[in-house]
Design a protein around this ligand. Structure first.
Ligand SMILES: [Zn+2]
Length: 144
């Protein structure tokens, strides 16, 4: 492959890796997905400088996305609990299973609710190939 190749990472791959939706190169979050220090989102993309929270309250929408993710996970966990427990009818078993799921997947839901909002629910924000990869960073260094 030569340097003029226009290969870019796919939208789904970039979303899965929590990369900036505009450049698909800079990371959106610090720390690890299951880290115990809490989840923290960067204010700006470290690569292209996109401001992630475009206006105050921008991420209220991700609250609804997070709710939808939680409901889907609860349904999956309840079905799995029902099958694995041999058709148990104890409500406490389901309550504990759902509570544990909510705690364990809190970081996942926090990240991916925002990623889904930025990638699929923000109409004006799309991938700009000129920001992708190392080329853009080189340009910044020359200007600075
Ligand atoms: Zn970026």
């Amino acid at each position: 492959m030569d340097n003029t190749s226009t290969y870019t990472i796919s939208k789904f791959q970039a979303a899965r890796q929590c990369l900036c939706p505009r450049c698909r190169t800079g990371k959106m979050f610090t720390g690890s997905l299951l880290g115990l220090k809490g989840q923290k989102m960067l204010k700006y993309c470290p690569h292209c400088g996109l401001k992630f929270e475009m206006e105050p309250g921008f991420f209220y929408v991700s609250m609804f996305v997070s709710y939808a993710l939680n409901v889907a996970q609860f349904i999956a966990v309840c079905i799995a609990t029902y099958v694995l427990s041999g058709h148990s009818e104890s409500p406490w078993l389901y309550l504990i299973a759902c509570s544990l799921t909510a705690v364990v997947l809190a970081g996942f839901n926090f990240r991916y609710s925002r990623v889904i909002q930025l990638y699929w629910l923000t109409p004006n924000l799309g991938f700009k190939e000129k920001y992708y990869g190392d080329q853009y960073k080189k340009d910044i260094k020359i200007e600075a």
